[in-house]
Design a protein around this ligand. Structure first.
Ligand code: NDP
Length: 399
């Protein structure tokens, strides 16, 4: 018997709402609160009539007093933040003030610097601990399931993990020459930033898209993938014993990269405000407004995603390699919840993480990344809620 307040009503939120309704034993009541209330109302309309009681609210999640008032009125057991990373700190402030548990899927980013770091949210550790409340950070797929996979590998197959390669492959095709699979502003900020990987205690920086590899993904096929900085590198570097190197690769098609380069060259991906017809606008935010809304890609996207982690390390003095991954079909997701696989693979883990806290399995005071919790109950729920995983003990390694 519990209540969740879901903040945001976009692509990921839609999946979270569907999945909470499928898990109605845990989520007896949910409130969908977002900036544009009509989007929350549309979601409620789609799913009303089941066992989970749904209400909606309007909230500006940049405004702490507004959030506090909503939390005090609705009295949720947890707040699931699936708005944008810019809102993480204000929502955490409101959770502190009201002593409410918190979960998100992406780390805080200041509006004016595209820098993916946990430092701002880790600074809340003492205050959450003292308040006796739990914050789960980065509980989507990557970050999220990649951290749970790492904790699972560590617990069951390794004494020490020395290397991790996280491989994020989207073999989907939406038929547009250029579109992003989740919020365009966040997505483009991520892929146009410098790359980096962790090696022997330090981050090594690379130029954007400087390192390219080719990998043959199960159920998808051969794809080009590029090394990116990604937020879970920072927490895994601290939380995985004996780790020497962590890299993150994401696949991109040629058309996507060609368009991105062109948009970059003309200044459209910049986050520096410019003056336009007497008004300040941010080019990247304008670009977002003209690109297809990721929430509309569902019906058009065909193909599969394959996201997972390859580990190298030792067990009982012997070298071990282990690959654990999930394959998700865009059209299957669309049939089930009306969204493509990127929103699906993010929303399912967010719901499961919240259920872990609500059922006491991941309940401890403080601010945590997912690999700091027991992975086993989460891994079971992944299979139950649509993201089954596969293991390979003799994988092809990335050179
Ligand atoms: P969308 O842009 O589709 O949705 C964002 C939602 O947040 C919208 O409903 C938007 O409202 C709402 N919102 C934005 N600002 C505010 C505000 N100030 N107050 C209240 N609501 C607000 O994004 P996605 O659903 O694609 O992504 C959601 C989150 O998931 C992002 O943080 C993203 O980084 C993360 N993500 C994580 C992944 C992972 O694997 N870990 C993968 C993919 C995404 P409005 O409609 O008014 O704009």
């Amino acid at each position: 018997m519990s209540r969740a307040l879901i903040i945001g009503a976009g692509g990921v939120a839609s999946v979270v709402v569907h999945k909470c309704c499928q898990n109605s034993d845990v989520f007896t009541e949910i409130c969908i609160a977002s900036r544009t209330k009509s989007k929350s109302d549309a979601l409620k309309e789609k799913l009303d009539g089941g066992k989970t009681k749904i209400t909606t609210a309007q909230v500006d999640a940049d405004n702490v007093p507004e959030l506090v008032a909503l939390i005090k009125e609705y009295k949720p057991d947890i707040v699931i933040n699936v708005a944008l990373p810019y809102q993480d700190l204000t929502i955490m402030d409101a959770c502190l003030e009201t002593k409410t548990d918190y979960l998100d899927t992406a780390n805080y980013e200041p509006l004016d610097t595209a820098k993916f770091e946990y430092k701002w949210q880790w600074e809340y550790r003492d205050r959450f601990e003292k308040a006796g409340i739990t914050a789960v950070l980065g509980c989507g797929f990557d970050p999220g399931v990649t951290g749970v996979f790492s904790a699972y590998a560590m617990k069951h197959y390794f004494d020490e993990i020395h290397e991790i390669d996280i491989l994020d492959c989207n073999g989907g095709d939406h038929g547009y020459p250029f579109a992003t699979n989740f919020n365009p502003e966040i997505n483009i900020r991520e892929v146009s930033a410098k790359g980096s990987y962790w090696e022997n205690g330090d981050f090594i920086e690379t130029e954007p898209m400087e390192i390219k590899k080719v990998y043959n993904f199960a159920e998808v096929g051969q794809k080009d993938m590029y090394l990116l900085h990604h937020e879970e590198l920072e927490s895994l570097a601290i939380n995985i014993k004996g780790i020497k190197r962590i890299r993150f690769f994401m696949t991109f098609g040629e058309s996507y990269l060609r368009h991105l380069k062109c948009l970059e060259n003309v200044g459209m991906t910049s986050i520096e405000p410019i003056e336009f017809e007497g008004k300040q606008i941010v080019p990247l935010q304008f670009l977002k407004a003209v690109l297809p809304d990721p929430a509309t890609l569902g019906p058009r996207t065909v193909g599969k995603t394959n996201i997972g982690c390859i580990y190298k390390g030792v067990k009982n003095g012997k070298e071990v390699t282990y690959y654990v991954y999930n394959v998700c079909d865009h059209q299957e997701c669309y049939k089930e919840v009306g969204s493509q696989a990127i929103s699906y693979t993010t929303g399912v883990p967010a719901m499961i993480g919240a259920a872990m806290v609500l059922t006491g399995k991941w309940k401890k005071p403080g601010v945590f990344n997912v690999e700091e919790f027991n992975p086993d109950p989460f891994m079971e729920e992944l299979t139950r809620f649509g993201l089954p995983w596969k293991e390979n003990f003799n994988p092809v390694l990335v050179d």
